[in-house]
Design a protein around this ligand. Structure first.
Ligand SMILES: *[C@@H]1O[C@H](CO)[C@@H](O)[C@H](O)[C@H]1NC(C)=O
Ligand SMILES: *[C@@H]1O[C@H](CO)[C@@H](O)[C@H](O)[C@H]1NC(C)=O
Length: 467
């Protein structure tokens, strides 16, 4: 009797203690937990999404979607994924069309067998404010957003995200992304490296960049050769496109509002021959694989003005605009009436395009951060040849010796692409048959690439490779 009374008293005390310690430290991620997305198949991993405020006045909030690893999330790294534009959505493009766990199909979601959350805890961020569900309640913020502002907000976002998800603080962290994220990713990584000198918060283990803008003249001017060698333009046009007016000059003039007549003539000749009906993000695919995939705010100005929307209905756009989906995601539309792939309100400082980030990549390598630059080899927007030149040049500058000579790599029994590694820290790889959005068009090969990157291993050398 006595014994039992004591026991229940003790139990009550313990319970009380447990409750009060819970109260002291509430679980901040719980409100962001996604119960179930409409049309979603049953899964075993947890998903979260919601907002993180990034400024003092509480006017700007960035929206994220987080898919924990399919198995053993506590032993797997944290990977941030960013899409480009600037101004396009990592949730719409990255998560729901490229390497996330689901892809919308009509009213339902289907599993992506090659989702990157097989290997990592995947965090997708809509950035800067004004993109997707991310917003600034003071719309004057949207005028003249630049790379610096974006990188700063991204850094603050991650710091505060760790408050919501303390179990990920100190976890191995990788930053990945594509296209204009060739600016976002190195710039954010650099801020982290600097921040870590004062307080070691970010356990940054590497960055991966897919078809990235790293040095705009080299990247853009490799387009002419790509068009020419793939039969999209004639010998004559190739000549004027590399002498009279090249693409970097055209884009520079275009964004300064000072298009010369010679550039205008050359570009209309190029456009006439390539035709509007070839997808510049994958020259072998029929036009408009999906309007979701065009991260084209600045990368293809010609395309924006002359876009032919062959894909009338887009699955992701439809899905993310459903009220029940937005409710399930804890998302809201602020200052816009519709969720769009690329922002309609943001006025990004487009000439930031001309800031070279390859030097930032160099400083990261010097700081000991592994870097992978990969290229979907069917992309004419940021062709593999430009990226390969830039990586090779950087390796020379840093006096990094080739540790894996240029060779094929395998996915199963097929060639997945080519690769070269410098100093065991700087890698280049192509993804064979892939578009600008490699994980969309070559999901299997992209997953092999991602796995090797996370494990710090060279890409599989023989078709017998069993990961
Ligand atoms: C908070 O809740 C989430 C969702 O259930 C869970 O995964 C996580 O482990 C919890 N965190 C802590 C610190 O209890
Ligand atoms: C592109 O054009 C600019 C301006 O005419 C020139 O300075 C640059 O060298 C050209 N680049 C290439 C690769 O032809």
């Amino acid at each position: 009797m006595h014994y039992l009374a004591w026991r229940s008293l003790l139990m009550a005390a313990t319970l009380l203690q447990m409750c009060s310690s819970r109260e002291l430290e509430p679980n901040h991620s719980l409100p962001d937990k996604i119960i179930k997305l409409p049309g979603q198949p049953q899964v075993s991993f947890q998903q979260f999404s919601g907002y993180i405020t990034v400024d003092r006045q509480k006017q700007r909030a960035l929206f994220y979607y987080f898919a924990e690893a399919e198995m053993d999330p506590s032993t797997k790294p944290l990977v941030l994924w960013l899409n480009g534009g600037p101004g396009c959505s990592s949730v719409g493009v990255g998560a729901f069309s490229e390497n996330g766990p689901f892809r919308p199909k009509g009213a339902v979601l289907v599993r992506n067998e090659y989702s990157w959350n097989k290997e990592a805890n995947m965090l997708y961020l809509e950035t800067p404010a004004g993109v997707g569900f991310s917003y600034s309640s003071d719309s004057s913020y949207y005028e003249g957003v630049n790379d610096k502002m974006t990188a700063t907000d991204n850094l603050v976002f991650l710091q505060r995200w760790f408050t919501k998800f303390p179990q990920y603080k100190g976890r191995d962290l990788y930053i990945t992304g594509e296209s204009y994220a060739g600016h976002y990713v190195p710039q954010l990584a650099q801020l982290m490296v600097e921040f870590n000198k004062r307080e070691r918060v970010f356990n940054l283990k590497g960055i991966a960049l897919g078809n990235p803008v790293l040095e705009f003249a080299t990247d853009f001017n490799s387009r002419a050769e790509f068009f020419w060698s793939h039969g999209l333009i004639s010998d004559t046009t190739y000549k004027v496109f590399t002498s009279a007016c090249n693409y970097s000059r055209y884009v520079g003039e275009y964004y300064r509002g000072s298009l010369s007549s010679i550039c205008q003539r050359v570009m209309s000749q190029v456009t006439r021959e390539t035709s509007r009906f070839v997808d510049k993000y994958d020259v072998t695919l029929d036009v408009c694989i999906s309007s979701v995939l065009s991260q084209s705010m600045i990368l293809s100005p010609q395309q924006v003005t002359e876009r032919v929307d062959v894909c009338v209905e887009d699955e992701t756009v439809n899905y993310l605009n459903r009220k029940d989906v937005q409710d399930a995601l804890h998302a809201q539309l602020a200052g816009v009436t519709k969720w769009t792939v690329c922002s309609s309100v943001l006025e990004y400082e487009l000439l930031n395009l001309e800031i070279p980030t390859i030097s930032v990549v160099g400083s990261l390598v010097k700081a000991g951060i592994p870097v992978l630059v990969y290229s979907g080899d069917q992309d004419s927007v940021i062709p593999l040849t430009g990226s390969r030149t830039l990586v090779q040049r950087l390796a020379n500058e840093l006096a990094l010796k080739t540790t894996v000579p240029y060779r094929v790599w395998f996915e199963g029994e097929q060639v997945g692409g080519w690769t070269q590694v410098y100093g065991d820290i700087l890698s280049f790889a192509t993804v064979r048959g892939a578009s600008h959005e490699a994980p969309f068009s070559q999901p299997e090969r992209s997953l092999v690439l991602f796995r090797a990157f996370l494990r710090g291993r060279p890409l599989p050398e023989t078709f017998k490779y069993a990961p």
